[in-house]
Ligand binder design. Sequence first.
Ligand SMILES: *[C@@H]1O[C@H](CO)[C@@H](O)[C@H](O)[C@H]1NC(C)=O
Length: 105
Amino acid sequence: MFCVCHAIWLRNLLSKMMLKQAGATMIHVENKSAIELAKNPVNHERSKHIDVRFHFIRDHVKGGNVELVHVASQDQVADIFTKPLPKELLDKCKKMIGMMDGRSI
Ligand SMILES: *[C@@H]1O[C@H](CO)[C@@H](O)[C@H](O)[C@H]1NC(C)=O
């Protein structure tokens, strides 16, 4: 969930440019257990080694800077930037990010 770091960095940058964000930045997360860990890191004894990361995220959730929202795998539009996708999914993600087909202009 490096995107939380990126979101915080961008929010700080925008704030310095007098574009302070009013609400939390929505982070769409596929992994439900990751969301649970971020909400409640202390309850997971076996995952102590990743606590620091999740405490960082939880602090920013609590502080109202980011909001973690579950998203189904097939609706994870960020996948278009991170992995090869089958054509149908690629086309769907292209639509979701507003990427235009040059032929339709
Ligand atoms: C989901 O998140 C948990 C906690 O970070 C991690 O242990 C697990 O490997 C993740 N699962 C997937 C499929 O990424």
